[in-house]
Design a protein around this ligand. Structure first.
Ligand SMILES: Cc1ncc(COP(=O)(O)O)c(C=O)c1O
Length: 396
């Protein structure tokens, strides 16, 4: 008998992918320009030119057996040093290259980190709405995912609800800021309060509680006054799961890293467990060419102005029509209150107007839809009238 859990995972497609496939079929029927597909978080702006320039330079200059050969299992030393230097200079912290492990993106960073720290029955708390793969990653690492709803007024952490959920089995908390699906950035005060809370609870339960900071959207913030706190500076037992997928529009190349925070307790042991989990999962030696690219692209982003314009156009137009939306500081998502209680039904009604919106049930919360606005601005403009017709439908 094959592994039933794995079969079940492979057999049930993701709701987001299904909607995307539906969109492709609809486009064949009603025409490419008449479907407003907001389903998938695939970056829609090209990588900055430094990406291709550096890749060409590396291909020309690096000796082929090195270029296409294995690096160290944990990643090339000089690349890890460049990352540590960049992080330390940018965020004024004291991270070490020896605590960095290069991975195939945030998904690999998360699965490796969870497998490194979890024992059978350990619990991991995350805040709804959340990236649906957290459940898959935690359960495959023999853990149990416990979800706590964020506060509905600002989608910051609800500490009363967290207090009820945390217990002696809690091994880790996953945060994701800027957030998928809300676009909300956790405020510095929230991170400080969370750090104090976790310190208190670690003492009470006599356990280390890790804070896993899932950061594929770190650089995707649109207003100058928005600060995404660097979590290792606030809480000692932090593991950062970073990815270049969104910041420089490279999701298909699979490159990112794990960083064990400088003040993490027994950090050498934690790092060794990360190396062990990476080994057991087969995630050793992230793609070499893209490792060598990293020192060139640190600090660069795709042209975020396009996402900002998309966000502003959608947020302003939809708010004016009467949609209830939490203002997103970052990522490339809008989280919109459904016009009826059942978000799945609402998303079905939206399809009448060729609007493909993801019901929030996929993210562990009912009552909202996610709009991924990493789309062609022309499609966004064309879609505005469809949102108006959808609203009118509910006013009838
Ligand atoms: C919150 C969150 N975490 C992790 C990932 C996985 O990112 P990657 O493509 O780097 O594996 C995604 C991708 O959409 C995401 O939205």
């Amino acid at each position: 008998m094959i592994n039933e859990k794995s079969f079940a995972l492979g057999n049930t497609g993701s709701a987001i992918r299904e909607l995307f496939e539906y969109g492709k079929k609809r486009k064949q029927i009603v025409g490419e320009d008449n479907v407003f597909d907001y389903s998938i978080g695939n970056p829609s702006i090209p990588s900055p030119s430094i990406v291709n320039e550096s890749l060409i330079k590396i291909i020309k200059e690096v000796e082929p057996t090195k270029l296409h050969g294995y690096t160290s299992a944990v990643g090339d030393q000089s690349v890890r040093e460049a990352i540590a230097k960049y992080v330390n200079e940018t965020y004024k912290t004291e991270e070490s290259a020896n605590m960095i492990y290069l991975t195939c993106g945030a998904a690999a960073s998360l699965t490796i980190s969870l497998n490194a720290i979890l024992n059978q029955g350990d619990e991991v708390i995350t805040f709804a709405p959340f990236f649906p793969e957290y459940r898959v990653f935690v359960e495959k690492a023999n853990g149990k995912l416990v979800t706590v709803e964020s506060k509905k007024d600002d989608f910051q952490i609800d500490f009363n609800a967290l207090e009820k959920a945390i217990n002696k089995n809690t091994k880790a908390i996953i945060i994701n800021s800027p957030n998928n699906p809300t676009g909300v950035v956790l405020k510095e005060k929230t991170i400080i309060d969370l750090s104090d809370f976790l310190r208190k609870k670690s003492k009470e339960f006599n356990n280390v509680i890790y804070l896993i900071s899932d950061e594929p959207y770190r650089e995707l913030v649109y207003d100058n006054n928005t600060v995404v706190p660097y979590v290792t500076k606030y809480y000692e037992n932090t593991i950062v799961c970073y990815s270049f997928s969104k910041s420089i529009s490279l999701p298909g190349e699979r490159i990112g890293y794990i960083l064990v925070g400088h003040n993490c307790m027994d950090k050498v042991m934690v790092y060794k467990a990360i190396c062990g989990a990476g080994r057991a999962l087969g995630f050793v030696c992230a793609p070499a060419l893209f490792q060598y690219m990293i020192p060139y692209v640190l600090g660069h982003t795709s042209n975020l102005e396009v996402y900002k314009q998309n966000r502003d156009l959608l947020y302003n137009s939809l708010s004016k029509m009467g949609y209830d939306i939490i203002f997103p500081d970052g990522a490339f998502y809008l989280f919109v209150k459904a016009l009826e209680e059942d978000a799945i039904k609402f998303a079905e009604v939206a399809k009448k107007y060729e609007l493909l919106l993801v019901p929030s049930n996929s993210f562990g919360m009912n009552g909202y839809v996610r709009i991924a606005y990493c789309q062609d601005p022309k499609m966004i403009e064309r879609s505005i009238n469809a949102f108006k017709l959808l609203m009118d439908d509910y006013k009838k």
